[in-house]
Design a binder for this molecule. Structure first.
Ligand code: GDP
Ligand code: GDP
Length: 455
């Protein structure tokens, strides 16, 4: 229609892919140095496997679009974490576990020449519970005479090993042919935009804020339907809990319930799990412990949620411990440290007693509604027209950048693009965001505004 045409004239496309038709997902797991990246580079062609250079944990899983014999699929790499000598097995296994939970097919890569290591075995132990197709890839078989080495890999109990050479490309065609035989048409597990099904909630927060207490309070009393959600039987990654007459999917409850404590790598593991849970969720409940001052770690976790574009609810837990003095301090801490997320609904609860736990669902629903929301281009431009008329952009060097047109390009979270004749000052952009929030109720969702400038 008209909008689309106008956008097209700016070289801009609205891309609304159908989430129910996501390409099948293939996870590549294996310890460091077995050749995962090399194999991925071979499969995706000549493009470099660009590992996102983001600090922290978000770079740990990278996806690539791949294709074989006309069939599209997504390859998920699990490499790239810091090798910490002590915690490495646990970290590799955790990475693999999370990647595998959302894959339709798993490629387990081992180094056929070096043979099986303890880390390989740790990964295999995790994979034994997985009821998904797993192909065992015996890498570094560069020449035919090395194929004898491959027989030893039958002992892993992962079926027939496929000998390949990532470096030379040897054997990859056979491997990919075998992959196509087991791959589904569309992903059964892809995340996160899946429509339908229960909405996904992550309970996050630093250790001891009360995540597991809250989960127990909600689950035990509200008929938890714990089922086999990630394809693993003994340790479901997620749980469905019925709250307010509808089911909700709490993501990575395994991470909350299991309370892994490792001397080394524990922080890494915890922050990895937090980031992954955030990414897998639609709405995050960040718990804060009101018996202690709001900490940098609390603020950082809230920022992770905002940066990931998830809906946000703040739950101030352990309210039963609050006395008048602490309560006043808390109000000041909230003003000082949480002013930038004043748009997030706040609920005061006690996970221990269950007090106010019924306030959670309305807050979640409010936040999700805003997160899902769409404003028509007509309404949005009427809004822009009004604020520009009342508060035009200040003159800059005799010129005045004008907003020609704007549109919401996506939801979840709402993202807007403004088409302008010049760069808008950051202050003016903040003003627009503020007015947007005042005009359209965006309680509980981050919003994003970007610009397309035509000088
Ligand atoms: P990753 O950590 O599992 O992603 O492993 P990389 O892809 O980074 O490979 C680790 C090392 O193994 C690199 O030095 C690669 O060049 C080497 N390598 C990967 N595939 C092969 C192979 O098929 N044959 C041989 N000889 N070396 C390989
Ligand atoms: P997690 O590490 O975030 O999962 O925190 P837990 O649920 O294990 O709780 C840590 C500690 O805080 C436990 O001793 C809980 O009993 C306690 N706790 C959790 N919620 C509350 C609450 O609402 N009030 C009080 N007084 N203590 C709580």
């Amino acid at each position: 229609e008209e909008d689309q045409e106008l956008l097209g004239s700016w070289g801009f496309e609205i891309n609304e892919s159908d989430p129910e038709e996501a390409d099948p997902v293939v996870a590549i797991v294996g310890r460091p140095n077995v050749g995962k990246s090399t194999i991925i580079n071979r499969i995706i062609g000549h493009r470099e496997a660009v590992v996102e250079d983001k600090p922290g944990v978000t770079r740990d899983r990278v996806s690539y679009k791949a294709e074989w014999a006309g069939k599209d699929f997504t390859l998920v790499d699990t490499g790239g974490w810091e090798a910490d000598a002590k915690g490495i097995d646990a970290q590799v296994a955790a990475q693999a576990e999370i990647a595998v939970a959302h894959a339709d097919v798993v490629l387990l890569v081992v180094d056929a020449i070096v043979g099986i290591s303890n880390t390989d075995e740790a990964i295999v132990r995790m994979l034994r519970r997985v009821k998904k197709p797993i192909l065992l890839v015996a890498n570094k078989v560069d020449a035919e005479h090395q194929e004898a080495e491959v027989h030893a890999l039958w002992s892993l109990g992962m079926g027939e090993p496929f000998p390949v050479s990532g470096v030379h490309g040897r054997g990859l065609a056979d491997l990919l042919d075998a992959l196509l035989k087991v791959i589904p048409e569309h992903s059964q597990y892809a995340e996160p935009e899946a429509l339908g099904g229960p909405r996904r909630i992550a309970l996050v927060g630093r250790p001891n804020v009360g995540k597991s207490s809250l989960l127990n309070k909600l689950a035990d009393e509200e008929r938890a339907v714990v089922n086999d959600l990630a394809g693993t039987t003994r340790d479901p990654v997620d749980e469905i809990v019925e709250l307010g007459d509808r089911p909700w999917r709490f993501v990575d409850t395994a991470g909350i319930r299991r309370r892994v404590h490792m001397a080394k790598g524990a922080d890494f593991y915890a922050s990895l799990r937090t980031q992954t849970a955030i990414e897998r969720s639609e709405v995050c409940v960040v718990l804060l412990d009101v018996s202690e001052p709001i900490s940098e770690q609390d603020v950082r976790i809230i920022q992770q949620v905002v940066d990931s574009g998830r809906a946000l609810v703040l739950a101030f837990n352990k309210w039963d411990t609050l006395d008048e003095e602490r309560r006043e301090l808390l109000e000041r801490e909230i003003d000082r440290d949480l002013a930038h997320v004043a748009w997030a609904p706040r609920v005061n609860i006690s996970a221990r007693t269950g007090w106010h736990k019924d306030k959670l669902v309305p807050a979640l629903e409010t936040a999700l509604e805003a997160w899902d929301s769409r404003i028509s281009t007509g309404r949005f431009n009427a809004f822009l027209g009004e604020i520009v008329a009342a508060h035009p952009h200040p003159l800059r060097g005799g010129k005045q950048p004008r907003i020609l047109f704007g549109t919401q390009v996506s939801s979840r979270p709402p993202k807007f693009v403004l088409f302008t004749t010049g760069f808008l000052d950051p202050g003016y952009r903040r003003f627009i965001v503020r007015r947007l929030r005042e005009t359209f109720d965006f309680t509980g969702t981050p919003i994003e505004i970007s610009m397309r400038v035509r000088e």
